[in-house]
Design a protein around this ligand. Structure first.
Ligand code: ADE
Length: 249
């Protein structure tokens, strides 16, 4: 079965958005992954179809109501998370429910790989100040953050997460087999930032391409690229460099 994502949002028109284009869009058309969207407002029950309310204890902004979000999450689970759980393809694994929030566990390539290896995800997108805490507890939701900055809602974060996952799926980038292979860094330069890239013309505005790249000497090229990747990582991301060195016996 193809990898499936189900987005719960107050702004369903934001999907598929950019994921309807290019690589992800073609993969979507080919059925290599599936995207379903639930409008959380459809689960509002009162006549004003209200989805939010003021926070207990006071303070700025509004909070998404637990009863409304619960109804949406239950529908999501009935709709397909349950079926995946029952094992269409025998994996028996349940698609996790993720809530995009700056409080969450940082999204890393490692988490992206884990998600790509599973049956799919349900992505809860918050608006306003956020979602009532109790509904996150009740549904065993995993909070995931893109980084230490604040977006106006979870939708753009959900798009980023799906983009990162979809490019790893079998058949999407020509990676027919193990999606775990291709990764942050490249060609076995796992954990390093990418080396610099060049294409024609060989000289442009007085700047020449590094000579080794036009030498045809594949081993020299590989070593040059590794040295460049290490240099750039050391200089720009000492945190990644430290982890890279620690992981290497
Ligand atoms: N929603 C708002 N800010 C976010 C962030 N940094 N990561 C994920 N979801 C968010």
């Amino acid at each position: 079965a193809a990898w499936r994502s189900l987005v719960l949002t107050l702004f369903p028109e934001m999907f598929p958005g950019p994921l309807g284009q290019s690589l992800a869009g073609k993969a979507l058309d080919k059925g290599l992954w599936a995207l379903d969207v639930l409008d959380i407002r459809d689960f509002a029950r009162d006549k004003h179809r209200s989805v939010d309310d003021t926070p207990f204890g006071g303070g700025a902004g509004m909070v998404m109501r637990p009863d409304v979000v619960d109804a949406a999450l239950c529908a999501a689970k009935d709709g397909w998370t349950g079926r995946v759980q029952d094992g269409e393809e025998g994996s028996g694994r349940k698609a996790p429910v993720l809530y995009l929030s700056p409080r969450g566990r940082l999204l890393t390539q490692g988490l992206v790989r884990d998600l790509a290896a599973g049956p799919g995800v349900a992505l809860l997108c918050g608006r306003y100040e956020g979602v009532d805490e109790r509904v996150l507890e009740a549904h065993d939701v995993l909070e995931v953050s893109l980084g230490d900055y604040v977006l106006s809602g979870g939708e753009t974060a959900a798009l980023v997460l799906m983009d990162a996952v979809v490019r790893l799926l079998p058949g999407v980038m020509g990676n027919e087999d193990s999606p775990g292979e291709e990764s942050f860094g490249e060609e076995g330069f796992e954990g390093l930032l990418e080396y610099p890239l060049y294409t024609r013309p060989a000289e442009w505005q007085g700047r020449a391409v590094p000579e080794v790249l036009t030498s045809g000497h594949h081993e020299k090229i590989r070593l040059w690229r590794r040295a460049q990747a290490e240099e750039i990582t050391k200089r720009r991301r000492p945190d990644l460099w430290a982890r890279y060195m620690k992981d290497r016996p």
